[in-house]
Design a protein around this ligand. Structure first.
Ligand code: ADP
Ligand code: MG
Length: 230
């Protein structure tokens, strides 16, 4: 269950970001509590992906702060930010970032391997996540040999595999049909309810927002509306 009274596990305050001459984010405030599922919505170009990158410490804001698990993320050195990103966050990129030369299961194991887990335990846990997303049959195929939808589910499995405190997912159901899209949503929502993972997911599908506790709308780099899905 979401616990909105708890201290936020992730908070962005007064976030400003310019890319080139574009003022992409204009003073965004956002917070997510442990176990909450929040849908981030808004038209193409409104700054959703940029906001996720700032919250993950992949990009530094021009102004404002990012606090993860009670500690500032944005001001830490790159090496510390990368280590915290690995341990505390799962990220599903809008355009994928899995390694094509590795197999599906090797991609999913990667966070656990980097965190120093036992290889056998890594594989077991990765297969469990792939099974939950109905792609376990593809586990030993190279990523470059599976379909886009299968790769996308592998990306979601990888984001969940190391029990992160927060998952940031950029259009995780974007290229999926209804049935596989629901598998992804179920996996994300159960991470929230079973493990208290906070989930922030970008979507422009209303049916996806219906799975969330709350939605936040961005327009031209500012929050225009935040509420509960109808
Ligand atoms: P969304 O995910 O909501 O579609 P983005 O965060 O990707 O929006 O982009 C917001 C704005 O920032 C857009 O105007 C986009 O053109 C611009 N932008 C984002 N990334 C870059 C980049 N790497 N280089 C130039 N402009 C960018
Ligand atoms: Mg985007």
């Amino acid at each position: 269950m979401s616990d909105q009274s708890a201290a936020p596990v992730l908070a962005g305050r007064g976030l400003e970001c310019a890319i080139g001459s574009t003022h992409v984010l204009r003073g965004v405030d956002i917070e997510i509590a442990p176990g909450e599922v929040v849908a981030l919505m808004g038209p193409s170009g409104s700054g959703k992906s940029t906001l996720l990158h700032l919250l993950a410490g992949l990009l530094r804001p021009d102004a404002g702060t990012v606090t993860l698990s009670g500690q500032r993320l944005d001001t830490q050195p790159d090496r510390v930010r990368s280590a915290r990103r690995l341990r505390e966050l799962g990220f599903v990129f809008q355009f994928g970032d899995l390694v094509p030369e590795l197999t599906v299961v090797e991609n999913v194991e990667l966070p656990l391997r980097l965190l120093g887990e036992q290889p056998a335990r890594c594989r077991e846990r990765a297969l469990e996540m792939l099974d939950r997303l109905s792609v376990a049959d593809e586990a030993d195929r190279r990523l470059s040999e599976v379909s886009g939808g299968q790769a996308q589910r592998a990306a979601v499995a990888r984001a969940l595999v190391h029990w992160p405190a927060v998952i940031l997912a950029d259009e995780p159901t974007g290229s999926l049909d209804t049935v596989t899209g629901e598998l992804v949503l179920e996996a994300l929502v159960s991470a929230a309810s079973d493990q208290g993972t906070a989930v922030l997911l970008v979507t422009h599908e209303m049916r996806v927002a219906a799975w969330s506790d709350r939605d936040i709308h961005l327009r031209d780099g500012a929050v225009v509306d935040a509420g509960v899905p109808a």
